[in-house]
Structure formats: structure tokens, C-alpha cells
Design a protein. Structure first.
Length: 202
């Protein structure tokens, strides 16, 4: 899930930024220094939203930069177990697929792709369901659930495991077709029932 987090830190402004808009420069520095970090408590830092307050500056001997005690707001993403996420099929391999779910990729193992026997088509870079005839290929948008999280010190080493083998999960295209089918069957069933009652009355 995404959160807004207020933080305080001493931010270094390099000499070449002296004389520029301080708040604008500070946001640029924060994006460069923080974005992409994996904080064990906060999660993945996505973006600097706002610089709320900049305190007095101070310098350190031998350092040409100026330091400011700064109060700012960051956007962070902290994955949670059982969270429903949507993302794009980014990379496909025989063992499964990587799905982009914002600032991090999650892995859905081939056994967790669908309630069907799945064939991997390396040439077409897609998975095919044997019975359902459904396909999943690069670029498809899917809905999945987070089932495992292995948090590490870096974003690169953090692993997210996903499943798509539950009701309401899978390619959005499948879910849309299923919804239309249920709606159509529901209308049809209601109509048939009404006709039967009319016949009985007659």
C-alpha cells in the first residue's frame, strides 16, 4: 500500500546549487538521495512530495556544501501480505512471470498463474491454459495477490511472491469477460423464470 510519511533529516546542498530556489533544489536533492531506497520500517521510497520546512544552514569543516535541517513528506510503498495488486506482465520465463506492481516487481510462479494446466510458449513469450484456452503474454495487465514477502536491505534483493489462482484474480481481460458472462446469464435466468411463472398462471 502507498503511504505519505513525514520525515526530518539534515540535507546537504552542494555549492553549485547556491543561489537557486532552495525549496526546489531541496526537492531535487531528496528525490536523488532517497527515491529507490528500501527502508526496513517505511518500505520503498517512491518520491519526495513536499518540502514543508527548511531550517537554518550550517557547514562542516572541509566540506563546501551547506546543510539544512529539513522537514519533508515522502511517498512510500509498503507491500503487505494478502494485498491485491494490479500490474503489467513485464518478463516471462519458463518458471513464471515478473509483474510490475509500481516501484517493485513481483514473481508469479507458473503453478500460480491460473486454475488450469499451463504451457509455456517460448517463441510467442506467453502462457497458454490447456482447458480454458486462456493466454497470458507480455504487456497484459493482471490482478494478483501478494502471498510472500522477503524484505532485504536493498530493493534489488527484496522479493515479492504473487498468486493469480483465486476468485477475482487473473488478467483484467478475463475478469471483464467473466463479469459480462455472469451478467448475461443472470438476465437470461431471470427472464426464463418469469416466462415459467407466466405459463403456470395461464
Amino acid at each position: 500500500m502507498y503511504y505519505k510519511v513525514e520525515m526530518r533529516d539534515s540535507v546537504r546542498v552542494p555549492p553549485h546549487m547556491f543561489g537557486t530556489d532552495l525549496v526546489k533544489s531541496m526537492k531535487e536533492i531528496l528525490d536523488k538521495e532517497y527515491v529507490g531506497r528500501m527502508d526496513p520500517e517505511l518500505g520503498i521510497i517512491v518520491s519526495a512530495i513536499e518540502v514543508k520546512e527548511v531550517g537554518d544552514s550550517y557547514i562542516l569543516p572541509g566540506d563546501g556544501g551547506a546543510y539544512y535541517d529539513t522537514h519533508f513528506t515522502m511517498l512510500v510503498y509498503k507491500p503487505k501480505l494478502q494485498e491485491i495488486v494490479e500490474g503489467e506482465f513485464k518478463e516471462i520465463a519458463e518458471f513464471g512471470a515478473f509483474i510490475s506492481i509500481g516501484p517493485i516487481d513481483g514473481l508469479v510462479h507458473v503453478s500460480q498463474i491460473m486454475e488450469d494446466f499451463v504451457n509455456y510458449n517460448e517463441k510467442e513469450q506467453q502462457f497458454n491454459g490447456k482447458e480454458t484456452k486462456r493466454t497470458l503474454k507480455l504487456g497484459d495487465i493482471v490482478r494478483a495477490r501478494i502471498v510472500t514477502i522477503s524484505r532485504k536491505a536493498t530493493l534489488l534483493d527484496t522479493k515479492i511472491g504473487l498468486t493469480m489462482r483465486q476468485p477475482g484474480l487473473g488478467a483484467l481481460e478475463w475478469l471483464e469477460l467473466e463479469a459480462k458472462k455472469r451478467l448475461k446469464e443472470g438476465k437470461g435466468g431471470s427472464g426464463d423464470q418469469k416466462t415459467k411463472k407466466q405459463k403456470e398462471k395461464e
